[in-house]
Design a protein around this ligand. Structure first.
Ligand code: GAL
Length: 391
């Protein structure tokens, strides 16, 4: 490992990804608009730095040497020019391919051509690669396929964050870091709803939290390599392109409290934070949510730990995440009625050396002192989040 590797993704990567907003209809104009919007809204200055083009940027065929070619209608300027545009705005540029013969939407992908494509990505100025699991695997297992790309990326003369998108199928938390990955998806795709039912595509926000709760994978998570519960669906609903593209029945946009719980949990989990909504029409409320400094500080805490459940029952859940100066504690009301949720620092990851604690409400900014009791009245599906520091 070089020094550069040690600082790459020292905290969970943050940015914007095209898939949830634009799905397979993405164009270079969408990417430019997203880059401009990241700057204008202040999202870039809040830490969202990677602009990632997901699936469908490629032409149907590679060139004769097997290199990927940008689609000439949707990306006429080519990827190097698009990377320049993104870099000129103080942002980083990301691309997508797959560890198989084809991408999930049937475009040419990278398996067997890792070195060639890694060099191509480096030449174009790519800073982030999302590497999916679709196409023919040619009989090769996940560690072999993802390892080949990890080696190829390590061999090029450019720092490229390596985002493994293997959907958690072969326990990527066990090998993702060793193959050079900086994050690895731990579940199927998130969709813009609270719950999905059995035969529907993807997982709702509550389903993903439930899945992470039982996976017992926090030990794999830390600076330079993170469990990834998928991109944010904050701001999305039935009209988002991914909702329309996938076979799933989404009836309404995520509600305000669902968005809050979604974002609060992704921060508590120390997740990579990739906004997946169309930034050109972002409401002030959603912008305030995505730029909440108190929550972002929890996500980006230098210890890089993952939050874990302390207590779960059908209505009240307590989760916490150890931080450099204390811990974040989340009280989630998963029931359908307002609930009083109580805990004590002894039950959580808060370091308990002291007697008194400073408690910061991460939604309101209010601060008070406690002898260890923590409680909140929480609306249905909402989550109270406290930053608790021994004084
Ligand atoms: C899925 C992946 C999604 C998105 C999509 C593109 O496999 O999990 O995040 O990248 O492919 O086709």
């Amino acid at each position: 490992m070089t020094d550069a590797d040690a600082t790459l993704a020292a905290t969970p990567p943050m940015g914007w990804n095209s898939w949830n907003a634009h799905s397979c209809a993405v164009t270079e104009d969408d990417i430019r608009a997203a880059a401009d919007a990241l700057v204008e809204t202040g999202l870039r200055d809040a830490g969202y730095e990677y602009v990632v083009v997901d699936d469908c940027w490629m032409a149907d065929e590679t060139d004769d040497a097997g290199r990927l070619v940008a689609d000439s209608e949707d990306f006429p300027s080519g990827m190097a020019a698009l990377a320049d545009y993104v870099h000129d705005r103080g942002l980083q540029f990301g691309l997508y391919s797959s560890a198989g013969s084809h991408t999930c939407q049937g475009y040419p992908a990278t398996l067997g051509r890792e070195r060639l494509h890694a060099e191509q990505f480096a030449d174009w100025g790519v800073d982030f690669l999302k590497y999916d699991n679709c196409g023919d695997h040619c009989g090769r297992d996940a560690v072999d396929r993802y390892g080949a790309m990890g080696e190829a990326l390590a061999a090029v003369d450019r720092d490229i964050v390596y985002s493994i998108c293997e959907w958690g199928q072969s326990n990527p938390w066990e090998w993702g870091r060793n193959v050079g990955g900086h994050c690895w998806r731990v579940t199927d795709d998130a969709v813009a709803t609270w719950h999905t039912v059995d035969d529907e595509f993807g997982l709702g926000i509550a389903d993903i939290i439930d899945r992470v709760a039982v996976l017992d994978i926090a030990a794999a998570h830390g600076p330079g390599g993170y469990n990834d519960p998928d991109m944010l669906q904050v701001g999305n609903g039935p009209d988002s392109a991914q909702s329309q593209h996938e076979p799933t029945d989404i009836e309404r946009p995520l509600s305000d409290v669902e968005n809050r719980t979604h974002f609060a949990f992704w921060c508590l989990l120390g997740a990579p934070l990739f906004v997946g909504t169309d930034l050109t029409g972002l409401s002030q409320d959603l912008l305030d949510l995505l730029t909440n400094e108190r929550l972002l500080a929890i996500d980006q805490d230098p210890l890089g730990l993952q939050g874990t459940p302390d207590r779960r029952d059908p209505t009240r859940e307590v989760w916490s995440k150890r931080l450099a100066d204390g811990a974040a504690v989340a009280l989630w009301n998963r029931g359908e009625e307002q609930a009083e949720i109580r805990t004590h620092v002894d039950e959580t990851s808060v370091p308990t050396a002291g007697e008194r604690y400073s408690v910061l409400d991460c939604w309101t900014g209010e601060q008070w002192e406690s002898f260890g009791e923590l409680s909140a009245t929480v609306e249905p599906r909402d989550t109270a989040v406290f930053r608790v520091t021994p004084t």
